[in-house]
Design a protein around this ligand. Structure first.
Ligand SMILES: [Zn+2]
Length: 417
């Protein structure tokens, strides 16, 4: 059994060049007295778009750890895997995000639902959960409805978990179950029922990624009712603590917030909740580091700036195709995207100000930023031209990557400043 630390941070590194700069952010946190361990995550979708393989993530992570003398743990996450694509990740990953969103709403097999309801009479009636003011009022019909919606997803998670367990033949790993890539958020009472079912499957779950209320658009701030989010987040923490006791789930089970980068307006509520309860957190980021690469290229001026502008020009020329797969997680107003010819005339400082995530900066353009977020395929297609400039502009890029992760993410989330 591999037990993940209380605070962990999912770092995405699409082109496998920023692991050291990312780890430098975690080192800074150690110096400030807080341990946040890095988990390098990359999904099958990202590997396919970029043309990389899971082994490259492990290599970049281990090299960064050795180069910086990092003595704490680090992990490599097979992000959003399923039975169809887990194979290539097995030798290289020690953290598996088992994505069962496709099973949500699927017709359950046999008597799975009635068996679950019969086995869990404690879920029916008035449920008092320490930390939640109002008891949940639940009926057998409600438990039946929730189980009908989620039981197949839970069974899928069990099947994938046992497959990984078997194929890892004794090598320890951290299992996460994710349900975030679906249409509706899971409410705290639904989360309790899901956790009871996951415990029945025998999955020693260490992190769970529900879908939260509100919009978690790529690369930009949270959009939604922050006070509603705060209430649900706190209720979810109470539900998890309760489920650990009641169903024997691992004591370190914690919430995982996906698309968690750049959600500045919910970091203070999250920090307050962690402080108050002592709960842990896993927060997953992916594209924020790729955006810092573009910012670093633009800031380097010269060829770096030209490359950043070329990427934008290609992105705006292919806006439909780039946005289609991400329609549910971006909100781009095409009218607010400046023409490529206009951007060509911009200085380094102008381009940097438009895409660096400082929402109060008048030049900041969330539409450009979201478009570039989903435009990493363009850089991948540029091949060596992109990678060579990443290396030549390493200094400005690394500075931006570290500052972004530390100042904008780790400090407000874990240090509360
Ligand atoms: Zn996710």
């Amino acid at each position: 059994m591999l037990t993940i630390e209380k605070y962990s941070f999912g770092v995405g590194d699409r082109f496998a060049h920023q692991a050291k700069a990312q780890l430098a952010g975690c080192l800074q946190a150690i110096n400030e007295g807080v341990e946040v361990v890095p988990v390098w995550n990359k999904s099958h979708r990202e590997h396919t778009t970029i043309g990389s393989d899971p082994e490259s993530v492990r290599r970049a992570a281990d090299e960064a750890v050795a180069a910086l003398g990092w003595r704490k743990s680090h992990y490599v996450d097979a992000d959003h895997i399923n039975m169809g694509n887990v194979e290539g990740f097995l030798p290289h990953s020690d953290f598996f995000t088992i994505d069962v969103a496709d099973g949500i709403g699927a017709t359950p097999e046999g008597s799975a639902v009635t068996d679950f309801v019969a086995a869990h009479p404690e879920l029916v009636g008035s449920l008092s959960i320490p930390g939640i003011e109002q008891p949940f009022e639940s009926t057998e019909g409600y438990v039946m409805d929730v189980a009908t919606k989620y039981i197949q997803a839970v069974k899928d998670a069990g099947q994938i978990y046992r497959h990984i367990l078997d194929r890892k033949s004794g090598a320890p790993f951290v299992p996460e179950v994710s349900m975030d890539e679906t249409d509706l958020p899971q409410t705290p009472p639904e989360l309790l029922i899901i956790l009871a079912a996951l415990a029945d499957e025998g999955i020693p779950l260490q992190t769970i990624a529900p879908k939260f209320t509100g919009r978690f658009n790529k690369g930009v701030d949270y959009v939604g009712d922050v006070s509603q989010f705060e209430k649900e987040f706190n209720d979810d923490l109470a539900v998890i603590a309760f489920a650990i006791e009641k169903y024997g789930l691992p004591a370190n089970l914690k919430l995982s917030v996906h698309s968690g980068s750049d959600k500045f307006s919910i970091y203070a509520p999250i920090h307050r909740a962690l402080k108050r309860t002592g709960a842990g957190l896993h927060l997953k980021t992916a594209g924020t580091t790729w955006l810092e690469e573009i910012i670093g290229l633009a800031e380097a001026d010269g060829e770096g700036l030209v490359l950043a502008k070329d990427i934008y020009a290609e992105a705006i020329a292919n806006v439909e195709a780039l946005c289609a797969p991400y329609a549910a997680v971006i909100d781009i107003d095409r009218e607010r995207l400046p023409a490529a010819t206009e951007v060509r005339e911009w200085s380094s400082a102008q381009l940097v100000a438009a895409i660096r995530h400082v929402p109060e900066c008048p030049e900041f353009n969330a539409h450009m930023r979201q478009l570039l977020h989903v435009g990493y395929k363009i850089a991948a297609q540029m091949g060596d031209r992109y990678l060579d400039l990443l290396e030549r502009c390493e200094e400005t890029i690394a500075k931006n990557v570290t500052l972004n992760l530390y100042d904008r993410h780790i400090v407000p989330l874990f240090l509360g400043r």
